[in-house]
Structure formats: C-alpha cells, structure tokens
Design a binder for this molecule. Structure first.
Ligand code: SAM
Length: 273
C-alpha cells in the first residue's frame, strides 16, 4: 500500500514534481489542492497500475496533457487529443492584451482555434460578445465544440475554413486573434514535438507563410479601428511588425511573454482603410 507522499518520493527522479502531481490528480480525480491536504491517502491497485503506465508514457516523451486528456488554459479546463495543439501558457498573453483594449470587443474572430482555447477564453471574458472560431481541421473543431459545452460557453460559433476563406465577407470584427503555425519546418525543436499535429505547428517560408496570409487578409474583415493580435515565434517579431506596417496597419507593437520573449504582435486597422 503506497501513500501519495511515498509515491511522489519514489518517482521524483523520473518526472518533474508538477507532472507527477498532475498524474496523481487524474488517477484520483481530485484537484491539486486536495493532494496537498491528503498526502497520506493510499493509492488503490487500479490507481497504481494506471500511474505506472502513465509515468512510463511520460518518460517516453508523451505530453502529460495527452495522458490526462486535458489542459488548463486561462480559467478553463480544456480537453485535448492528438488532433489539437496543447494550449500553451504563453498564448494567454492574447487574452491579457484583449482585456486591455480601450473598448470591449463585440465581434471576435479566432483563426486556427484548435481546442478552442483562445475563442473560449475570450468568450468567457466577454460574455456580451460573439466569437466566430475557425479551423481547417474538423477533428479539432469537434473537440473545441465539446470544450464549449463542457465549460457552458454559448457565445461562440464554429466554422471549418482555410483561415478566413469561408467567413462571410459581409462580416466585420472588432478583434481578430490568431495563434497560427509558425515553426520553421527545419527547426530542430520539432523533434521534441512529435505528438502534436504537424499542421498545427509548422509553416513554410521559415514559419512565416500562415502569418503572412493572415496579415494580408485580416484587414478586409476588420472594422475601422479594429484590432489584430497575432502570436508568433520569439525571433519573428521584427518581420511581423514590418509586414503589419507595410500592409497599412497602424499602432504596430510587439508584446513579450512572461519569459520576456517577443510573442504577440498587435496592430489596428486605420479609419481610412
Ligand atoms: C498553433 S495551433 C493553435 C491552436 C489554438 N488556437 C491554441 O492557441 O492553442 C494552430 C491551429 O491552426 C490550425 N490551422 C492550420 N492551418 C490552418 C489553415 N490553413 N486554416 C485554418 N486553420 C489552420 C491548426 O489546425 C491548429 O488548430
């Protein structure tokens, strides 16, 4: 019979403490705060067996979120699977920046929604807004819809679309957000990301092709004074700002994530466009 405290000690060389705790939470169907108060609780045989295979998978490189089947993003718990990128904490910068806009947006477009992370976080923060969330992957959209139901969020609609291609050209938005694929196909870091869909991670032209497409096409869907927020790689800020300025956007800025790295660029459609 193993207590939680003993199990954590026995496995501390194998995985990070936070990952062990997340696996324990999943095995016991409890929150982390419960673990801290009950570290003398004893694991059942079934829980131990599940934890052993989960640790083995994690040691083989399978992300914890794919083992537990979910990931926390903003205030939400989101289900993820092999069709969806695991939402990253740095993407929460898009939500932070949206909350700092001078006026609350009422029409929001999320391009490449994946698990629905950005769309659902914005929909929950702006309950009077409507969010349209697009993705090329029907499997990702189906996961995103499940996440909206599980989180009781109803002010989002979902559209299968190559970026904005299927969006009604009559529609216009106060805010367009996107975390597109932006990794260079030759980036060696991809070797550590083999579990996530390549189509969610990689873009041609040194990771820039989807960013360029979005920048070139978003203006037509923005209201005058509408905002574009786009996530990109830590080393793509200069290029993204140049592209935004060349395309006629104003107030072009790049914002840093909690690690101090360039992560999201923002721009505004001028009134005259
Ligand atoms: C980096 S993931 C972001 C997922 C989610 N927004 C997040 O931040 O966690 C990029 C998403 O863009 C989608 N995608 C890739 N190419 C696309 C395209 N041409 N049109 C629409 N969506 C696309 C992928 O399926 C994936 O869900």
């Amino acid at each position: 019979m193993t207590s939680l405290a003993n199990w954590l000690t026995q496995h501390k060389q194998q995985l990070k403490r936070i990952d062990l705790e997340l696996l324990l939470c999943e095995a016991l169907k409890k929150e982390r705060s419960w673990l801290f108060a009950h570290d003398d609780a004893v694991l059942t045989d079934k829980q131990s067996a599940w934890l052993n295979q989960a640790v083995a998978q994690a040691k083989n490189g399978k992300p914890i979120a794919y083992i537990t089947g979910h990931k926390a993003f903003w205030t939400l718990k989101l289900a993820v699977n092999e069709h969806t990128l695991i939402p990253r904490p740095e993407t929460e910068l898009i939500i932070d920046l949206s909350l700092q806009l001078p006026e609350a947006p009422t029409q929001i477009l999320d391009l490449g929604t994946g698990s629905g992370a950005i769309a659902l976080a914005l929909a929950s923060e702006f309950p009077l807004a409507h969010v349209l969330a697009c993705d090329l992957s029907p499997n990702a959209l189906s996961m995103a819809k499940n996440n909206s139901e599980a989180n009781n969020i109803t002010n989002v609609s979902w559209l299968e679309s190559f970026w904005m291609e299927q969006v009604d050209p009559e529609m216009s938005f106060d805010l367009i957000v996107s975390n597109p694929p932006y990794i260079d196909p030759d980036d060696p870091h991809l070797l550590n990301l083999t579990y996530e869909p390549r189509s969610a991670l990689v873009a041609e032209n040194q990771g820039m092709s989807d960013i360029i497409h979005i920048i070139n096409n978003a203006m037509a869907y923005l209201k005058p004074n509408g905002h574009l927020l786009i996530e990109h790689g830590w080393n793509q800020g200069d290029e993204v700002r140049d592209l935004l300025s060349e395309s006629g956007y104003i107030d072009v800025q790049t914002h840093q994530d909690l690690a101090g790295k360039d992560r999201v660029s923002s721009a505004i459609k001028p009134h005259a466009q």
